[in-house]
Design a protein around this ligand. Sequence first.
Ligand SMILES: NC(=O)C1=CN([C@@H]2O[C@H](COP(=O)(O)OP(=O)(O)OC[C@H]3O[C@@H](n4cnc5c(N)ncnc54)[C@H](O)[C@@H]3O)[C@@H](O)[C@H]2O)C=CC1
Ligand SMILES: O=C(O)CCC(=O)C(=O)O
Length: 438
Amino acid sequence: MSATASTAQPTTSEQKPLQTMTLEQETNPWEAQAFRFDLAAKKLNLDPGIWKVLRYPQREIIVHIPVAMDDGSIEVFTGYRVQHSISRGPAKGGIRYSPDVSLDEVRALASWMTWKCAVVNIPFGGAKGGVICDPKKMSQGELERMTRRYTAELIEFIGPEKDVPAPDMGTDEQTMAWIMDTYSMHMRQTVTSVVTGKPVSIGGSRGRREATGRGISVVCDSALKYLNMPVEGCRVIVQGFGNVGSNAAKLLHEKGYTIIGITEFDGALYNANGIDIPSLTSHRKRAGTINGFSGGEAVDKDELITRECEILIPAATENVITSKNAAQLKCRILCEGANGPTTVVADDILAEKGIFVIPDILANAGGVTTSYFEWVQDRMGYFWTEKEVNDRLDTIMTASFDDVVAYATAHSVNNRIAAYMLAIDRVAYTTKQRGIYA
Ligand SMILES: NC(=O)C1=CN([C@@H]2O[C@H](COP(=O)(O)OP(=O)(O)OC[C@H]3O[C@@H](n4cnc5c(N)ncnc54)[C@H](O)[C@@H]3O)[C@@H](O)[C@H]2O)C=CC1
Ligand SMILES: O=C(O)CCC(=O)C(=O)O
């Protein structure tokens, strides 16, 4: 397949009603999810009743969490857990701690989890949680007390067969350990399979920490193969050097890709000859920031993502590629490590530029896929080697990439809408099969 022919992607909106959107409407993640869902559902000729069932989350829980702060004061944090669908299995999805969390954001993230699990064909529905807080400004003690109280508030809604949380932005293995312990205290027995992304020593899976980054590296390999592009000389820019971005950069660097740019919230680095990722990781560990690293030139972080490269990987947060900057991008491939990094208006601009998009619900599905392996291992009480985990992950990610690209070609839609259509079709099928009359 020639690179030129296969990068030409149909637009998302087709009729372009989007040009009139304000930036505020454009960057509402729930609206973005709903817009793409409606388009994919229309193309599928989805039954109108099932359309209504799948368009909205099944359950939205809001909790107010009192926490004794280190200075003796009491703070009350607002938290959410949205369960979008349990048609294909227990709800599944991460928990985010960030000052920017909102109900609309958590709704969108929960729906994306449903579609993501269906794209990689694992037996989960979708959910997401979030607490409005700034984890960077809280002590470990404050975070532990907040996490335990949040878990206690959700106790009847989560569980290995109900809803299984995992890490997302601002949360990590330690957060999952506290949730597992709190849930276990209430159940009067240790229940490891209530969360995934735990430390390996208490039932976590080998390979989960790196899994989202690994999945990204696998779909990048597939995209290069599909587009007849070599790994040698393939320049990559990564936005966000957290769990997803740093592991994607590390694994791509090991595979021979040239990581020419890394951005963080407080700075960015560029080196046309390639950044040495292990050295940058050691520097960040010592200095607590990527800034000051001698192996790259400090540059403007917003400008860096518009520089020429073969692959751009946004791996930080939503709405970083919008109507304001999409026209300036100079990548051949956009591989979405973050959830919702591209707005619907930007989708069309990218399509017109011939940028090959690997959409979030495919590109970052490596994390939840290895979470599925963790849940399976916890329930068996038998743990796999890292190689077994990684080999299974590679197989699922490669097959899912091929499924989405084949679907896009067969239905003359872009990769994002193909991924939505594939997922919605699978979820609609099980929803109908189970029946909805109670
Ligand atoms: N952790 C996981 O397994 C998965 C995460 N994701 C998504 O990937 C994205 C990143 O998640 P994690 O890596 O887990 O979070 P994280 O909290 O470990 O890392 C996020 C990083 O992005 C940086 N950042 C924030 N705003 C930025 C900006 N404007 N420009 C550049 N850097 C910025 C932060 O400083 C941080 O280092 C989120 O969208 C998340 O939902 C998706 C699938 C799985
Ligand atoms: O590992 C999981 O269960 C979910 C990870 C997640 O939150 C995501 O894929 O966005």
